[in-house]
Design a protein around this ligand. Structure first.
Ligand code: EPS
Length: 358
């Protein structure tokens, strides 16, 4: 199961091709709307003001409402790709932006709205994952969810899944939302940006998915999350906190009634344990800033760099559905690989139930 995307932020359209999808999955164009709206710009004053309909056209791989097993091509036409900033930045390098690395690699770049390095590209990851989420839910009762676990230095004081979808931040503590609104308003007025942490979890993952050495489940998850633009770090389970833990604290004790904890994040030796698979993802602060900074242009000349346009002050705010999408895509791929190698015989030991908290 493999997804590739194409398109630029200010080109006529963006799209994806899904290869290796099993036949017989019912999918209709309107099923993409919910997750695409969760990711979209223009839904609150805390994200980019660009307004896109994000309507998915199914070009191939679906016949009479069912996937056929042939490549599925999805297309979303860009309709609001007017941005004023690209003439100014076409020959300049925004510090912290992919501009410089693209230029060094290709010797040219499409600067319109960030081109291929724009967050626009993530639309199609979310679209592709709608198919994966549906298949995983129908086949295994598997659910994928996410939430924002930090913005700048603000962390949730409590965790309630039922409030996550009711605020523009995917924040799990409703009492903190006014504080976040004030934080983001002040940040936007200042012209600066901030980073964020998103957590994505999957419940109902059977034990046995993943490969022991090449193609480890956690390795594939790390690569998938790192492939999202602006991502600078990925943790599985306790991640870097494991550095300060003792073995007696980190090990997840097993009883016939279930695991007593989930420090491992649902993966041991690259293979799922049947517990909740938990991934944390760090997003850097947006690099396109209207606060001027001295930098260099493509000729090496010193220039003042100011980015105008409709940039998100915190790309992490829209990233929860994107991290969920990458988790679902990796899990679907691993599920199919597991089935190809082991069929339905994967479980040879009694299955230890996941702990109550996953
Ligand atoms: C982006 C800049 C803005 C965002 C865009 C990501 O676009 P523009 O350059 O047209 O003003 O709106 O995000 C999306 C369009 C999207 O759908 O996510 C950037 O520089 O990354």
């Amino acid at each position: 199961f493999r997804v590739t995307t194409f398109g630029e932020s200010h080109g006529p359209a963006i799209g994806c091709v899904i290869d290796g999808c099993p036949p017989g999955i019912a999918i209709a164009p309107e099923e993409f709307a919910h997750d695409l709206a969760r990711r979209a710009t223009g839904k609150s004053r805390h994200t980019s003001a660009r307004r896109e309909a994000d309507e998915v056209e199914i070009l191939s791989g679906v016949y009479e409402g069912l996937t056929t097993g042939t490549p599925i091509a999805l297309l979303v036409r860009n309709t609001d790709q007017k941005s004023k900033d690209y003439n100014a930045i076409a020959r300049q390098f925004r510090p912290g932006h992919a501009d410089y690395a693209y230029w060094q690699k290709y010797g040219l770049r499409d600067p319109r709205g960030g081109g291929r390095s724009s967050a626009r590209e993530t639309t199609m990851r979310v679209a592709a994952a709608v198919v994966a989420k549906k298949w995983l839910a129908e086949r295994f009762g598997l659910t994928v969810r996410g939430y924002m676990a930090q913005i700048g230095d603000v962390v949730p004081r409590s965790h309630d899944w039922t409030v996550v979808e009711d605020n523009p931040f995917f924040w799990p503590d409703a009492s903190q939302v006014p504080e976040l609104e004030r934080y983001m308003d002040a940040l936007r007025k200042s012209g600066d940006s901030v980073g964020a942490k998103v957590v994505a979890v999957a419940d109902g993952v059977p034990p046995g998915w993943g490969e022991p050495v090449y193609g480890k489940l956690d390795g594939e998850l790390a690569a998938a999350m790192m492939s999202i633009n602006a991502v600078k770090g990925v943790e599985i389970g306790d991640g870097f906190a494991a550095v300060a833990q003792k073995g007696t604290e980190h090990r997840d004790v097993m009883t016939p009634g279930g695991f007593l904890s989930n420090h491992a994040g649902g993966v041991l030796g690259g293979i799922s344990t049947g517990q909740q698979v938990a991934v944390s993802v760090a997003f850097k602060p947006t690099s396109s800033l209207r606060l001027p900074v001295e930098g260099v242009d493509v000729d090496g000349k010193v220039v003042d760099i100011v980015t105008t346009g409709r940039h998100d002050p915190c790309v992490g705010i829209r990233a929860t559905p994107i991290c969920e999408a990458m988790l679902a895509l990796v899990l679907m791929d691993q599920a199919l690989r597991h089935r190809a190698q082991c069929g339905d015989v994967g479980v040879v030991a009694p299955r230890i139930p996941p702990s109550a908290d996953g």
